[in-house]
Design a protein around this ligand. Sequence first.
Ligand SMILES: Cc1cc2nc3c(=O)[nH]c(=O)nc-3n(C[C@H](O)[C@H](O)[C@H](O)COP(=O)(O)OP(=O)(O)OC[C@H]3O[C@@H](n4cnc5c(N)ncnc54)[C@H](O)[C@@H]3O)c2cc1C
Ligand code: FES
Length: 255
Amino acid sequence: MTKRIEYLSITENKRLNKDFFILELSGKLKIPEMKPGQFVQVKVDGSPDTFLRRPISVHDVNYGQNTLKLLIQIAGKGTETLSRLQKGDILNIIYPLGNSFSLPPVGQKILLAGGGCGIAPLLFLGKYLKLNGFLPDILLGFRNTERIIEFSEYKEIGKVFLTTEDGSQGEKGFITQHPLLATTKYDRIYCCGPHPMMKAFAEYSDRNNIICEVSLENLMGCGIGACLCCVVDTVRGNLCTCVDGPVFNTKELKW
Ligand SMILES: Cc1cc2nc3c(=O)[nH]c(=O)nc-3n(C[C@H](O)[C@H](O)[C@H](O)COP(=O)(O)OP(=O)(O)OC[C@H]3O[C@@H](n4cnc5c(N)ncnc54)[C@H](O)[C@@H]3O)c2cc1C
Ligand code: FES
């Protein structure tokens, strides 16, 4: 798939809460066809601290309207700078990057599991699955009710189950403790979130003979396989998260 460096303009910057916002982008060229799990490398202008581009997953694409959405959590200077962009501002991105989640065989029972900014790639994936005839269960974890985002968007692609760490909505605790995992037999799990969460899903999938794919959020430099700062240890040796991933079958990873 050809990669592009392109200037896109911000058509909307929607603040969801204190930590999260969604950038909607559009450009003069037609947005290229992208696959769920792929990401963009965003150039953050404005300070030497943000010299390196920041990797952000494709959250949603509307080919008809020629728009691309990024769901971003403010983690540091780069994402904080991005949160201040306004309609009409220009953003330089390299895209589409990385591999993608695999499409399951017809009839499989699917779970999408995400926590924090890890929910970002799961909306595009869920829409893709729905288009292909799947109705996935979606398990989302948040710290508390105030942090719950995008609930109605996920509800359109499947049945949504929630956990909050303080129990203010849904089940109390982490998504890895949700009763659904004890009562439902899934064929395939797609997961993205904090490293311990993905590791727990890898172990759960291993114990229950489930295929599990995770999207890793390793630190990245170039995003195109040149700097090796995103290397991950796998059964196939050291691989670059940016070009060989970010999506990996959990059986491949040496946690
Ligand atoms: C393939 C991929 C897809 C991603 N998709 C999204 C997304 O859709 N939405 C989103 O909000 N974030 C996403 N991330 C994480 C995002 O890239 C980082 O949060 C961002 O680069 C932090 O930049 P910063 O300048 O704001 O913070 P920095 O000042 O660079 O870092 C702030 C803190 O965040 C940590 N951090 C930095 N980079 C990462 C990283 N890659 N993963 C985890 N922690 C990091 C640092 O260690 C530090 O503690 C993704 C990461 C990868 C690799
Ligand atoms: S980020 Fe440079 S090789 Fe992956």
